[in-house]
Design a binder for this molecule. Structure first.
Ligand code: SAM
Length: 305
């Protein structure tokens, strides 16, 4: 399985000043800096083709399905009839791919700030997007997701936030704040649902709890689920904020019916029979959330290292 020599070139992803993950590189397909972020597309020895932005692995060929299925399906299956979906971020096109699996979806607008990243993903990450950018229901807009949301008329069933982690020098930090969630809430229909990647449940528990609590200041129902993503060497969290439908009360049989009725097809991680159980967080995480009182505001956003 292993040739004798360790890799000579590595991606090092820092989780804090005191811990990091290292990934052996087989070859670099692209490396450069766009107007917004540093971009690397590399074939990693154990994870295949991977997208790295500002030093953070966004997704890798080996396990991107875990992240993208768990970001999309718990939220969309909770909604009884998701037709209009707004996706902010999602440069690889894999989140778009999963949203389009629901045959209830009539329109997905994807807003990503970085046209160069999207073009790089279209070229090098075919196995991620699988042509989803060409689906007649999909519309790609290049721009800042928050500016777009402020200007447009709303009426969304679901808003999916698949932006980069909130880092100080990154372009996504103001998409995890109370003011942003208030804008999003106003653009959702009466029974609308928002879902956001909300960093690692344990590696960034403080940031996750802050995002969870911040959403709780704006939405009546907030639930989180998580899945271990090997390429992140962490369990990743996805937080759902809902105006009416509680994800945790969608029974397994109902989730299975919706998945079958919508012709969602191949799923490798999300399992509708498990749907209501995904939202049971570990006791120590629940206790941490209950003790946390931090709220992310524009003047004091939540960050990860
Ligand atoms: N799966 C990845 C993760 O968990 O971190 C994120 C997927 S995707 C690569 C993140 C996308 O967010 C990038 O394409 C980036 O250009 C986009 N993005 C960052 N800030 C944004 C903003 N303010 N508005 C719209 N898109 C943004």
């Amino acid at each position: 399985m292993y040739d004798s020599k360790p890799s000579t070139h590595w991606i090092i992803e820092w989780q804090s000043p005191y811990s990091a993950s290292m990934f052996g590189i087989k070859r670099i397909l692209f490396s450069g800096r766009t107007k917004y972020q540093e971009v690397i597309v590399a074939e990693l020895r154990e994870y295949g083709i991977s997208l790295i932005l500002d030093g953070k692995i966004q997704s890798s060929e080996r396990d991107e399905f875990i992240y993208h299925e768990m970001l999309v399906h718990p939220a969309l299956v909770t909604h009884p009839n998701p037709e209009r979906v707004l996706l902010i971020g999602g440069g690889e096109g894999a989140t778009l791919r999963e949203i389009l699996k629901h045959n209830t979806v009539k329109e997905v607008v994807m807003v990503d700030i970085d046209e160069e990243v999207v073009d790089i993903c279209k070229k090098y990450l075919e196995s991620f997007h699988r042509g989803s950018f060409n689906d007649p229901r999909a519309k790609l807009i290049i721009g800042d997701g928050r500016e777009f949301l402020k200007r447009e008329e709303g009426g969304w069933d679901v808003i999916v936030l698949d932006v980069t982690d909130p880092i100080e020098e990154g372009p996504s930090k103001l998409l995890y704040t109370k003011e942003f969630y208030e804008i999003a809430n106003s653009k959702l229909k009466e029974d609308g649902i928002l879902v956001t990647q909300s960093t690692s449940l344990t590696q960034n528990m403080d940031t996750f709890a802050t995002i969870f609590r911040t959403l709780g200041k704006v939405f009546p129902i907030v639930r989180a689920t998580s899945a271990f993503v090997p390429a992140y060497t962490a369990d990743w969290s996805f937080t759902i904020a809902s105006k009416e439908h509680d994800p945790q009360v969608v029974r397994s049989e109902e989730a299975e019916r919706r998945v079958n009725e919508r012709g969602i097809g191949d799923l490798k991680y999300y399992d509708p029979s498990f749907h209501p159980y995904y939202f049971h967080l570990p006791k120590f995480v629940r206790e941490y959330i209950n003790k946390s009182d931090k709220i992310a505001l524009d003047k004091a956003p939540a960050f990860i290292y």
